[in-house]
Design a binder for this molecule. Structure first.
Ligand code: UDP
Ligand code: MG
Length: 307
């Protein structure tokens, strides 16, 4: 059986349509499946729509978070709820085309353990967003050795891979990178990013910046080295300036050293903040809080749901 995980946050307009479209595609290809909707603490009627979708089709199940924990947690909860031999993660707004799922499934039947959905076009994204995500993936690739350009959360994973990912103890997870990090036989399939079916994008610029910083730090310690490198460069400059001064080379009035003092102060603050961010992330990890808290749950097949 194939488990389809559909993280949903304020997607009341999409749930019914998405459940129908995906079911039609999979029924049409004769694939046995279950649909899992983790509701990431939506403030609209997403949960009610999930319950309705379940009443219409008992292959639909859902988990409701007590608040918004973020897409990573929603994917994780979905992975934990899977009972299939493999699982696909797909966005609720149909930007990831469901028609690609049967092809992914076929590749899995032919031996692939991970099937990565790669964007052949990025759809309608602003120039700033494209440049930002390019820089982010370049940094991740140089730090971790995993090339994630054009990858997305749209992918199929074999049961072995799901179990390997779920065995990881860290709290700050980055699904897109972890599925590459665990290894296994990986293949990729390209798709065109579609227009969002209904509703608005759920990520605010603040959420995206937080996501980028958090994941970069989870995957690389390079920023800590950068602070050391900057410190080194500043020290060399100061020594050179000191020697020049000793040799009587005119450095103008005192302005030069004042600027240097400011520069050094600024750099020390930058370095302290980088170290501080890592300390904060370590603190988050050692608290070992759960990635999410479930307030309601509907199970597939059996048709029972709490509350
Ligand atoms: N999403 C989520 N939790 C969040 C934000 C988004 O589960 O805190 C889900 C959202 O419902 C959608 C998917 O993640 O299914 C992608 O979100 P969106 O379409 O807003 O982002 P984009 O397509 O622009 O990456
Ligand atoms: Mg989207």
């Amino acid at each position: 059986m194939l488990s389809v995980i559909i993280p949903s946050y304020n997607e009341e307009q999409n749930i019914r349509n998405t459940a129908e479209v995906i079911s039609q595609v999979l029924d049409g290809s004769g694939i046995d499946f279950e649909l899992i909707f983790p509701d990431d603490g939506s403030r609209d009627n997403t949960w009610r729509e999930i319950v309705l979708a379940h009443e219409k089709d008992p292959r639909v199940s859902g988990l409701r978070f007590s608040r918004n924990f973020g897409k990573e947690s929603a994917i994780w909860a979905g992975l934990e709820a899977t009972s299939g031999d493999c699982a696909v993660v797909i966005d609720c707004d149909l930007q990831h085309p469901p028609k690609v799922i049967p092809e992914m499934y076929k590749m899995w039947q032919n031996g692939a353990e991970v099937v990565e959905g790669k964007k052949s076009s990025r759809g309608k994204e602003s120039g700033i967003y494209k440049a930002f995500s390019k820089l982010f993936y370049k940094l991740i690739a140089s730090a971790s050795g995993i090339d994630m350009a054009d990858t997305s959360d749209f992918k199929l994973l074999d049961r072995k891979v799901i179990d390997a990912i779920l065995s990881m103890q860290e709290r700050t997870t980055f699904f897109r990178a972890l599925s590459g990090w665990v290894g296994f036989k990986s293949e990729s399939i390209t798709y065109d990013v579609e227009e969002r079916a209904y509703g608005e994008r759920k990520w605010t610029p603040k959420m995206l910046i937080k996501y980028a910083v958090r994941n970069l730090m989870a995957f690389t310690s390079v920023p800590l080295y950068i602070s050391g490198f900057l410190g080194g460069v500043i020290s060399v400059i100061s020594v050179v300036l000191f020697i020049l001064k000793c040799c009587g080379v005119g450095l103008g009035s005192f302005g030069g050293s004042q600027i240097l003092l400011l520069l050094t102060g600024g750099l020390i603050l930058i370095c302290l903040s980088i170290i501080g961010r890592y300390l904060a992330q370590i603190y988050e990890e050692i608290k070992r809080r759960p990635k999410y808290i479930i307030s309601d749950q509907i199970k597939s097949q059996g048709g029972s749901h709490d509350r």
